[in-house]
Design a protein around this ligand. Sequence first.
Ligand code: ARG
Length: 489
Amino acid sequence: MTLWQGRLPEGSAGPLFEFTESFSFDRRLAADDIAGSKAHVRGLVRGGILSAEEGSILEAALNRVGEELASAGARSQDGPSQGEAGASDLGATRSAESKDEDVHSLVERRVTELCGDIGEKLHTGRSRNDQVALDLRLYSRRELLVVARELLALEEVLYKRAVEADDAYLPGYTHLQHAQPVLLGHHLLAHGWALSRDVDRIMDALRRLNVSPLGAGALAGSSLNLDPAESARSLGFTSSFDNSLDAVSDRDFVAEALFVLAMLGVHLSRMGEELVLWASEEFGFLQLDDAFATGSSMLPQKKNPDIAELARGKSGRLIGHLTGLLATLKGLPLSYNRDLQEDKEPLFDAFEQVHRALPALGGLLETATFNLVAMKARADDATSSAVDLAELLVEEGMPFRQAHALVGGMVRDSLERHVPLAELVEAHPALGSRALWLLAPGVAVTRRTTQGGAGPKPVEVQLGRFLGHIELDRERIEQFSALIAGEGA
Ligand code: ARG
């Protein structure tokens, strides 16, 4: 039986159902659908459309359906076959008889089975259009907060490793060529700051997301005595929609969530790429813990960085989800169109992949061993101090461009004639033996003293600022979580 049996009594064709159903994936919205429906029921009671008694009967039925769906969902985690059974217990099979095309239809059907005529009042003043927009906002809000917390956990791992790294240093690269030595802690925190911007973006996206569409109906609002603002408040939303057409067709919040996840995916990808390089024999900067490495089915000697590679690989898919949704949205006229159902699978998948990637990468980083000797050996190349030689001359009044040319010529000479740079420096009248200390191992990195720089002094300050940032973000997350814990939660 369809929701539109009065208008189209013949029922739906099998292929139509197969093509248009969304229960197979939107069952993930079950808890949000129940929470949203309860808020709607309370709104109907407040408006005098339902009696208080009818309201409690409906809420009890909604709670029960919520439990049924939760236990069917729990069973579906045990394996696909049992999952099918779980779904069919609820009548949500693909058979011609019981056609719940989505989670909203299923909930309404079960509530009606449980409380008859009163159940048939549940959908009063509501459409699946405002309902699904509401459910997806509730879902995204919760999942984004989980991602924010997972990000903080990874930031903490980076912070811990950065503190432990102390005064260890490695070559800093531009163009993947040795440029200047940097503290290992500085390098690790560079990734940490990128993640902190992801948290910031989440909080920013949440502010725009936290507007309730409930009450917009199919597209135009209602003649009934409903109060969207009060329903919004009860679900922890900061406000309710200003325009019902916009409310049911706006998926900016999905696109923003997908952008946040894609950007974060790109950050993980860049980290992954470096970890792959560092774990290679050629770099030899990093040894993976056995539990966070994989072997080969054929080559007995292999130890592979699959987590880092998948962190890199999955970012392609996250970018694809964002561009796919934008393409879906771009030609849509107002207001609701069924195309919008295509918002869910990319969003669900993006969250799922990120929820898996963050702890995996965190575990890899927490347990890996840095090969500090190899890092130091590569960084202690005398040419890494070239700019320090030039800056010494600058301090004595030589224009930088001249100093740059002078030292550049010496490096070239050293390479071409296979003479150590130190010898050439010592013999040069403008530099001489007094400049030699700049070439000594470990000196160059200590010369980066300006704020935000790669040397020990600014990195110590940076570590404090980074930790402060993590704490601040944690507070922001807790504050927002408290704000959204509405009465329906
Ligand atoms: N499953 C639908 C979706 O995800 C729910 C809304 C259906 N609305 C409609 N007018 N057919 O978008």
